[in-house]
Design a protein around this ligand. Sequence first.
Ligand code: ACM
Ligand code: ZN
Length: 751
Amino acid sequence: MKKIAILLFFSIAKIVIAQTIIPKPVSIVLQKDSLSLQNITQIIVSDSILLSYNEFIDSSLLPNYSATNSIVFDTALPLSTISLKINSALTQQDEYVLRINKESIEIEGTQKSIFYAIMSLNQLLFYAKNDKVACQIIHDYAAFTWRGMHLDVVRHFFPVSFIKKYIDILALHKMNTFHWHLTDDQGWRIEIKKYPKLTQIGSTRSETMLEKHFDPFQGDHTPYGGFYTQEEIKEVVSYAEKRQIVVVPEIEMPGHSIAALSAYPYLSCTKSNFTPRTSWGVSDDIFCTNDSVFHFIYDVLDEVIALFPSSYIHIGGDEAPKIRWKQCKVCQQNIKNHNLKDEHELQSFFISKIDSFLNTKQRKLIGWDEILEGGLAQHAAVMSWRGEQGGIQAATTNHAVVMCPGSHCYFDHYQGNQKTEPLAIGGYTTLKKVYDYNPIPKDLPQDKEKYILGAQGNVWTEYIQTQEHVMYMAMPRLCALSEVLWSPKSNRNYSNFTERLIPHFELLNKKNIRYANAMFDVQSYTKGKKTGLFVELLNDIKNSEIRFTADSTIPTSTSKIYTNVLPIQKSSTIKAQTFIKHQPKGAVFSQDYFIHKAIGAKIENYIAPSESYNQGGIYTLTDGIVGNVPWTSKEWLGWYESDMSLTMHLNETKDIFQMQCAFLKAAESWIHLPEEVEVRFYNEKDELINTKIIHAKEIERQYDENKSLWIDVNLKIKKINFRAKPLNKIPAGMPGSGLSAWLFCSEIALL
Ligand code: ACM
Ligand code: ZN
C-alpha cells in the first residue's frame, strides 16, 4: 500500500464553534474533547485511487491556513494525521463517516463519497478558526440522487472560469448535477464540428432587449455572443467530475431553436431567414419534422455524447407552439404516414425517435414536462417545471422524474421585496419556500416515490447579465435546496438553518461568493379590524430584533424595538429593519398606510379573485395599502374572465364624500382598467339611495397618478354593492391582443 502524506502547519487561535455544516449531516455525535489542528501534520491516503483527492485537499482544505502551509511528502504516522480510507461496507447513497479524534481525523467512504467528507471537513475547519475542532463523529448520507443546479448560458453567456466557480459552489454543498442549458432562441453555445455555422452564425445576436422593453422593443444596439469550444467543454466536464458532479447538457428541440434555424434555415418548416432572437419568450418557429432535421439532431447528439459522459441527455421539449407544423406539408404528411392524431402526437413521435436514438448509445433522454403531451416516450425521464403535476403523472407511469416546479425551484424569481431587489423575471420564491420544499409530492402513491430522483434549482438568465448576479440569485437558495436534497426531512428546521446560514455567509464572503440578504428582510401582515388597522412585523431570524419608525426615518440601532402588533391610528409610513447585535441586516422595510372609513368593514357575497392572485385574501382591498408599480402579487388581487363583485358593510352609518378604487394598469402583463364600474349605495335602512355607473372612457380619463379611479359620493351610507367588469378583449397592438384582460385591484377606500 502506497502512502503519501502531506505535511500541514496550522496557526493558532482559541475558538471552538458548534457545527454549522450545510447541508446538515444525518448524524453528528459531539464528544467532550477537541482536536488541536496545529497537531495535525499529515494527510494519509490509504488507497492509490484516492490520490486524486490530494490536489483537492490541497485546494479545499489548505486555503483555511494558506498563510503558513507547505506540502511535504513523507511516510505515514498513525497519529497527527488526516486519513482517507475506502470502506465498502458503507452502502447508503453517498455515505461517509468523518471522525474528529483528539489527535487525528479519520475519513471513511467510497471513492466517491470521500469527496463529501472532505466538503464537510472543509466547512468544519473554516469554523475552527485555525485551531480547535470539537471531537465528533459525523455519519452522513444523501436523501436524493439528483441534486441539481441549472444554468442558462444562452440568454447571457458566462465564461469557463465562472462555470468552474459555479461548480465549486455546487460541490461545496454536495450537489451532484449541473444542468447546462446550452442552446436556445438567442444563441447556440456549444461548438459542433460537423455544423460550424451553429456557432459562426447562431452564437451571436445583433443586440439585446433593454430591461422589459418588449413593446415597443428597445434594444442596446450591441451584438452579443459567445460559445464554448469542445476543448473547453471537456475541461468543464473533467473539472466537474473530480468534484463528483455530472454535467447534463441540454440541447433544445423542437422549440427554442431559432439560433439553429438561423444557421441552417432548412431545419425549419418555412425555410425562411432567421436571426437569433434579441428578446425573450416563445417563438412560433421550431424545428420541422423532415428527415434532414433528424439527421442533423443525430449528428449533433453524436458529438454531444462524445463530450458528456452523463447517463442523461436533456433535449428540452418545452414551449413548442404547433402553428408551423399545422401549416407545413411535410409535418402534416408525417402525421398521416405515422397514424398520428394531431401535432401533439407528432411532438411525441419526434421525442420518441430521439429517445430511441439515445438508447442505442446507452444514454437516457430527459426533457421538460411538455414531453408528456401526446404521450411520453418509452424510456424518457421528465423534468417537472410547470408545477408538480407532470412529475406526478410521469412517476405514476413508472418514469424517472426530476422536480423543479417554478413555485419553489426557479431561482430567477424574486427572493425578496421587489422594491429593494434587482429586476427579475417575476415570481416570489423566498429562501423559506425553497427550504420547505419536498420533492416527493403529497399525492404520489408511496410505491411510486422511488421514481422521484430529486430536484434542481433553475437559473434562467434573461435578466441576469453578470456573474455576480448569477451568484446573487442562486445564493443562498442553493444552500436551502442542498439541504432539501441531502438531509433527512426529519432533520430539517428553517430557523435552525438560518442560524447556521449566518456563519456560512462568512465562508461565502471568504470565497468572494455574492449572495442575497433577503432572508433578513422584515415581512408584514396587515389586518383591518372594527377597532382599526393593525400591522404585524416579523422575520424568521433567531437572536435578532426588528426596529421600526413611524416618522419616515430609516430605523437605527436605537429605534423602537418591535414587540407587538402595531395599531396604525393615522395615515403614516412604517419603516422597519432587522438588527443583529446592533447591526442592520437585509433591506429596509417601508410601507405607507392609508387610514380610511372602509377599514374594518365586512366584505360579503364576493367573487373570489383568481387563485394565482389572491395571496392576501379579499381583505387586501381594505388593508390601507394602495398597491405599487412595479406590482407585487401581495398587494394586488386579480380577476380573470370574471367580474370583481362584492358587498361592503360598514360598522355604522358614515358620511362618505368620496370613494377611491385603486386599479392596476400594466398592459405588458395583460392587466387593464375595467370596462365598467358600478357602485350602489345603501343607507342604514338598507334602502338603495344612489347608483353610479362609470364606463371605460370615463375610467380612462379619470385614472390618475395614484393608480386610482375616484368617485364622488356625498352620502350617509351603511352598505355598498360594488362591481367592476374586466376589459373583455385586449385591443390590437398590445400584448395578448384579442384575449381577455386581467383586472387588478388593491384597495377600495372610503373617505
Ligand atoms: C422552462 O422554464 N421553459 C423550462
Ligand atoms: Zn414542418
